[in-house]
Unconditional design. Structure first.
Length: 400
């Protein structure tokens, strides 16, 4: 894995797009109510070439856009036009990287006062020609952000077939009832799918009746088959189900870590967390238990390092690397070292150290180690950490 630095990235957001290609998002000099406009640029990390996408179109990030396939030569973005003081038409565009074609493919209406408050919008790009648009309406909440515990939402979901110019409403199915919480590209034509939002807060503290919670399912789909099933018979969509929730069981998180799907399964009755590690390539499953969970903060956040499950805890006086096979602390790092990112056996830390003895002024370094060797860094730079992303075989480290 090659390690690359993008320095002084605090004014940009970067998204992994394709091999050697990043999408760079920066603020524009226009806005729509509280939404600041954005410039979208394609950055080639191997040549450092950059060009802006469709600069003639004003862009706003009013929705979350997720790609079900990794390695794609197209992207989607949104613009918005005001229809009255509070309401807008959100326009979805598709941009083809190879030839620069930019096409308007879908429009949806929304109230600016509701977006991010009582309305959540998600867009799932299944492939170049098929997009799912999901609007979830919650009971009105104060403030500008969706609360951590949102309660029960009502979903409006459509599949847009761009080539055919047709819109299919997704109704009367578990997808319509629960909604799509997350999709994560697994490579090839496979994708991780999570139906139903996690209800850990609501269930843990009694925010809703357990029986009213949406059904949660974690599974794997073949994207092409998924599209075909939705168009032909949405009631019979095939999902290779890995796990499902119950009245008392919810999934606080699910993520991909190389060839592993890692998810937390929390039983409220037993106050028991099961951490599941599933290798979707060789179909191996490993299960570890975290008992006596009394608070949400007691939940584990796990990683796989050299095919061994680990838990990393950044605490006030030390960072601990815990082998979940042995349940023992394998490594203790000093309080001035904070683990920021883990990718297979690569660990990125932020290290604050005094420049001179007895001087309070500190210097911040980003250091990269290849575990279990935490004594000799493979990279060290005097920068402040601003995030990491994996793009193909490259680990991109962002600094401020």
């Amino acid at each position: 894995m090659d390690i690359k630095l993008i320095k002084k990235a605090e004014n940009s957001e970067f998204v992994a797009f394709d091999k050697d290609i990043l999408l760079q998002i920066t603020d524009a000099d226009y806005q729509l109510n509280q939404y600041v406009g954005k410039h979208l640029s394609v950055l080639n990390t191997s040549t450092n070439e950059r060009f802006e996408i469709a600069p003639e179109i004003k862009k706003y990030i009013l929705t979350k856009i997720t790609y079900a396939c990794s390695g794609h030569d197209y992207l989607f973005f949104t613009s918005a036009e005001r229809t009255n003081e509070d309401k807008v038409d959100i326009k979805l565009y598709r941009y083809i990287l190879d030839d620069g074609r930019c096409e308007h493919i879908y429009t949806m209406g929304a109230d600016l006062r509701e977006i991010g408050v009582s309305l959540e919008i998600k867009i799932f790009a299944l492939d170049i020609d098929h997009v799912i648009i999901e609007k979830t309406f919650y009971q009105s909440q104060e403030g500008r952000q969706l609360p951590a515990w949102r309660g029960i939402g009502v979903n409006e979901i459509v599949l847009q077939d761009i080539m055919a110019g047709r819109t299919f409403k997704i109704t009367d199915s578990v997808i319509a009832e629960s909604g799509i919480d997350k999709m994560v590209a697994l490579g090839g034509n496979n994708c991780l799918i999570k139906l139903g939002n996690s209800m850990v807060g609501e269930k843990f503290y009694g925010g809703i009746r357990k029986e009213d919670a949406p059904r949660e399912i974690i599974g794997i789909i073949n994207v092409k088959q998924f599209i075909s099933d939705l168009i032909l018979d949405m009631d019979k969509v095939f999902i290779e189900e890995l796990d499902s929730g119950t009245d008392n069981v919810t999934f606080p998180y699910v993520k991909k870590d190389d060839n592993w799907i890692i998810y937390s399964k929390f039983d409220l009755n037993d106050k028991l967390e099961t951490i599941v590690f599933y290798n979707f390539v060789n179909k191996i499953k490993k299960i570890r238990i975290n008992s006596n969970v009394e608070r949400i903060s007691d939940l584990s956040f796990a990683h796989v390092i050299n095919d061994i499950p680990y838990q990393i805890r950044n605490e006030e006086h030390s960072s601990q690397i815990i082998n979940m096979n042995t349940q023992k602390v394998e490594m203790k790092l000093s309080a001035d070292i904070n683990v920021s990112y883990v990718k297979n056996d690569i660990i990125v830390v932020q290290h604050k150290t005094s420049k001179l003895p007895f001087i309070s002024r500190t210097v911040t370094y980003i250091e990269v180690y290849k575990y279990p060797d935490m004594l000799h860094s493979i990279l060290k730079t005097k920068e402040k950490y601003n995030g990491c992303l994996c793009n193909g075989n490259d680990l991109i480290i962002l600094t401020t």
